[in-house]
Design a protein around this ligand. Structure first.
Ligand code: ADP
Length: 476
């Protein structure tokens, strides 16, 4: 089977969050003698682009309304990623350091999608499936299905995976002329809330929809994302498949970013060495329990609660625990967290920014990882934490609910129900009590390290789904 994964991020080329981890790992586990797997993302000015070799395999001009943008397709030559990587180079739109948050994001990602479909239209043999990830590729199923320009692609099956339903790629009908021509009888397929909604269009036009955890699939039917009734309507073509992790990259036995590698057999000694190094970076005492948070600093992650949680627990447990935060995002939250630095020096450190190496060191060197998300479609942090013998403290929602069970129910972490300061502080209190009970804490850590969240079998679930869609298409 010829599979195309299309998305905005892919580790190690361009990463903001879990989307990159998934697009950088799932294809690797699908690529074998039966499947040829390709990943297509935009060509940003990232270190990976500058430090690796690429061949230009195609070039053309794409039409976005009145604009004509030259584009090229670059293929990575070393094949070291475990799949074929193609970058769509559109110099005027993507020749920039960041992935998102430009004023012309709609034009950027729409051009990216048009370039992909234009390019595939020139292939001699068509791919079997285009697996779209999130709204940045949400108009592909629509354009493939309804634009006569792409008639040649009509037998390709499409699947959209929703990694985060909060972001939808919404724009007004003033920009309708950006899309290649289609019969206006189908315009309803693009629309949600009187706008063009890229995610809604994908949900309507794709052959199948997946969410990145079963619980998230249930939640999007009633949680506040604006698309609830649409999700309810398409329930019979939707499936929740829990994400996996790349156990090759995230492996404490050989992770090159760690101070000291370790496995279950020397977990305490190994973690202690990493903790000592991590704490020494921030002048913290490594004999105290270390609570960390790694992630985007936004309300959906519960990060707005941290500026209240940190003083509350550090006042209660003065000098008894340490707190480390690694993240960036909402400037208001960043500023509130910065203001605590002086007062809680020695017990609290904040690193604003994105730092892959520090993230690895933090998973290895912490005792507990806090994930108090309001919304968590899957969440990878809890899986990385467990793999590194660190205990996750999570709010029961989405993928967190599907992966973490409270230790009092014989589980692998600490759970709380509400995204509130009180609930998080309560959970931290339970963790502090647990910290002194070495036998139980060791059991929980080992249980986490023994949990299998690898892509090995999960990637097969996707292959089965592709086969199902393709078989159905052949029936019709
Ligand atoms: P989301 O995709 O919603 O941000 P996930 O839990 O699915 O959340 O994935 C987050 C990924 O991003 C993990 O690999 C995590 O380690 C990484 N990450 C998040 N913030 C940072 C940061 N500031 N520095 C380094 N890695 C980060």
């Amino acid at each position: 089977m010829e599979i195309l994964h299309v998305g905005a991020e892919c580790y190690p080329i361009a990463k903001v969050g879990g989307l990159a981890d998934v697009i950088g790992a799932l294809p690797k586990y699908q690529n074998n003698t039966e499947n040829n797997v390709n990943v297509i993302i935009p060509c940003y000015q990232t270190a990976f682009r500058l430090e690796n070799d690429f061949d230009c395999v195609h070039s053309g001009k794409l039409k976005l309304g009145n604009f004509n943008f030259p584009y090229s397709v670059l293929k990575e030559t070393s094949n070291k990623l475990g799949f074929n990587l193609y970058l769509i180079e559109i110099p005027e739109l993507f020749d920039r350091p960041d992935i998102y948050n430009y004023r012309d994001d709609i034009e950027r990602f729409l051009s990216f999608q048009i370039a992909i479909l234009d390019w595939i239209s020139e292939w001699i043999t068509m791919p079997d499936i285009i697996h779209c990830h999130d709204h940045h590729t949400g108009l592909i199923p629509f354009m493939k299905k309804y634009c006569p320009k792409y008639e040649k692609l009509k037998n390709i099956s499409t699947l959209i995976t929703i990694h985060n339903g909060l972001y939808q790629g919404i724009f007004t009908f003033n920009k309708l002329y950006y899309l290649p021509e289609f019969d206006l009888i189908n315009i309803k397929e693009l629309e949600w809330g009187n706008c063009i909604n890229s995610l809604a269009a994908a949900i309507k036009s794709a052959d199948k929809i997946t969410t990145v955890s079963p619980s998230y699939l249930n939640e999007i039917n009633y949680s506040d994302n604006g698309l609830e009734t649409l999700f309810q309507r398409v329930r019979d073509k939707s499936k929740g498949i829990l994400n996996g992790i790349d156990t090759d990259i995230w492996d404490p036995r050989k992770d090159p970013m760690l101070e000291s590698n370790y496995s279950i057999s020397n977990i305490n000694e190994g973690k202690q060495k990493n903790k000592e190094q991590l704490c020494s970076l921030f002048n913290m005492d490594p004999t105290k329990p270390l609570f960390s948070f790694i992630g985007r600093l936004y309300n959906e992650k519960g990060a707005d609660l941290l500026p209240k949680v940190v003083p509350s627990v550090l006042t209660t447990y003065k000098n008894e625990i340490n707190f480390l935060i690694l993240g960036y995002g909402d400037v208001r939250i960043e500023n509130e967290l910065k203001q605590l630095l002086d007062e809680y020096k020695g017990n609290y450190h904040l690193h604003i920014g994105y730092n892959e190496e520090l993230a690895h060191k933090t998973y290895a060197g912490s005792d507990f990882i806090l994930i108090p998300s309001r919304i968590e479609p899957c969440g990878l942090n809890q899986m990385y934490a467990m793999r590194y013998g660190t205990i996750p403290i999570v709010r029961r929602t989405g993928g967190l609910k599907d992966t973490i069970i409270d230790f009092e129910d014989n589980g692998n972490g600490i759970c709380h129900d509400q995204a509130t300061v009180e609930d998080i502080c309560d959970a931290i209190q339970r963790a502090v009590n647990l910290y002194s009970n070495k036998d139980i804490i060791d059991q929980i850590k080992i249980k986490g390290m023994n949990t299998d969240h690898s892509w090995e079998h999960i990637s097969q679930e996707y292959i089965e789904l592709y086969n199902l869609i393709i078989a159905k298409r052949h029936e019709n």
